[in-house]
Every structure is written in C-alpha cells, then in structure tokens.
Design a protein around this ligand. Structure first.
Ligand SMILES: C[S@@+](CC[C@H](N)C(=O)[O-])C[C@H]1O[C@@H](n2cnc3c(N)ncnc32)[C@H](O)[C@@H]1O
Length: 203
C-alpha cells in the first residue's frame, strides 16, 4: 500500500535521460554476464515478490542489483515515510541513472558489491536490514562471490526478516540453504524469462 505522503519524492526522467528499458538494454550490451537479463522484471513479478513484506516493520530495505530501478519505485511506494531503501549495484552507469531519475529522501543508491552489504549498511548508520531483495544473476557471478553474498546477507538481516530472491534458475536455492532453514518458493510465468521466487526467512 502506498504509505508515504511526507517524504520528498521525484521519480521523473530529466530531458535527454534514456527510458528505463533502453538504459537496461544498453547495460546488458555493455556487461552481459553481470546484468544477466535483457529486459527488466515484470509488474506481476514485482507484486508477487514484495507481497509477503511487512512494511510496517520495515525500517531498512536493501536491494542488490537494482539495475534501472524497476523494483525501487514500487518499494518506495510501499515503504513507510521514515524507512530507508539502499540500492547497491556494481554498474556505475546504473547508479548514475538511479541518481538522476529517483529523487526521494528515503532512497540511497550505492556503487559497490552486494558482498560488502554489512559495511554499506553500517556506513549508512544501521546495524541490520529488515529485508534484502536480490535480482543478482547468482549462477554467473565470479567464483566465490555468490556464497559470500549469501553468507553476508544472512548476517545482516535481523531475526524475523527475510532475503527475497528472484532468479531464472532454481539453482539459486543452493546458495540459500546453507544459511536459511525456512525458504518459501513460488514461480512467476509472466516474466521474460519466467522466474523462480524465494523468500528465505531468518529465524
Ligand atoms: C538481472 S539485473 C537486475 C534486474 C533488475 N533488478 C530488475 O528487476 O529488472 C542484475 C543486476 O545486478 C547487478 N550486479 C551484478 N553483480 C553485482 C554485485 N556483486 N553486487 C551488486 N550488483 C551486482 C548488475 O549490474 C545488474 O544491474
């Protein structure tokens, strides 16, 4: 549910800035392995993935691999006025694009790796995250990075919080099972390509 009326917001595109779809495709052409997809996530995937989030209990939401912000806008619409969204992406072009197109006092775009989430969360004045969302292409990340990200994510989430993961391959679950005992699963066919959805809860 949209809940913020007080936070300063502007989710518009200044003249000369490409559309999200065009920008995403440019990013894919430049870094195909790191981006891992040619078009952004569908609205149906976004709604289903964010469905179980308890927004009233969310003060810090972290997103890995926001790309052009497909999830950032719906997250900001649902987030409380005093909550924060930190979006972390290794792609400097995407971070610049987010900074140009999303001006919301609750939003922070960070150029960096999800593997450094604990330091990034600390640097922004928090000691844990309530929810972490990942659109990272886990299976094509450089060796060792996927397991390191999964371990750091488990450490940074508060008890009762969750790691939300969407991915084209069910292999991503192998990264979650060493850390999370309770993992819910669903699929979204209305996405290119169809996606596996996981909600890994921290007990
Ligand atoms: C599939 S795309 C994201 C799609 C987007 N979230 C959406 O819903 O349309 C994957 C993103 O992960 C980013 N990425 C890859 N490795 C990363 C890492 N180690 N840390 C943070 N972001 C990373 C890429 O730059 C890219 O923006």
């Amino acid at each position: 549910m949209p809940s913020s009326t007080t936070a300063a917001r502007r989710n518009t595109r200044p003249a000369g800035v490409p559309s999200p779809v065009a920008m995403f495709f440019q990013g894919f052409l430049k870094h195909p392995v790191m981006v891992g997809s040619i078009i952004p996530s569908s609205d149906k995937l976004i709604r289903k993935m964010l469905g179980p989030v308890d927004w009233a209990a969310c003060k810090l939401f972290v997103e890995y691999g926001p790309g052009v912000g497909t999830f950032c806008r719906p997250i900001l619409e649902r987030m409380a006025p005093d909550a924060t969204l930190i979006a972390i992406d290794t792609n400097a072009d995407f971070i610049r694009y987010l900074d140009h197109t999303i001006t919301d006092s609750r939003f922070v775009a960070v150029e960096g790796s999800a593997a450094d989430v604990e330091r990034i969360v600390r640097d922004h004045g928090h000691d844990h995250a309530d929810y972490v969302l990942s659109g990272l292409p886990f299976s094509t990340l450089p060796a060792g990075i996927g397991p390191a990200i999964a371990a750091a994510t488990h450490r940074v989430i508060r008890p009762g919080g969750a790691f939300l993961v969407y991915q084209f391959s069910p292999k991503v679950k192998d990264f979650l099972t060493p850390h999370f005992d309770t993992i819910d699963h669903d699929m979204e066919w209305w996405n290119v390509p169809p996606a596996q959805l996981y909600w890994a809860w921290k007990d």
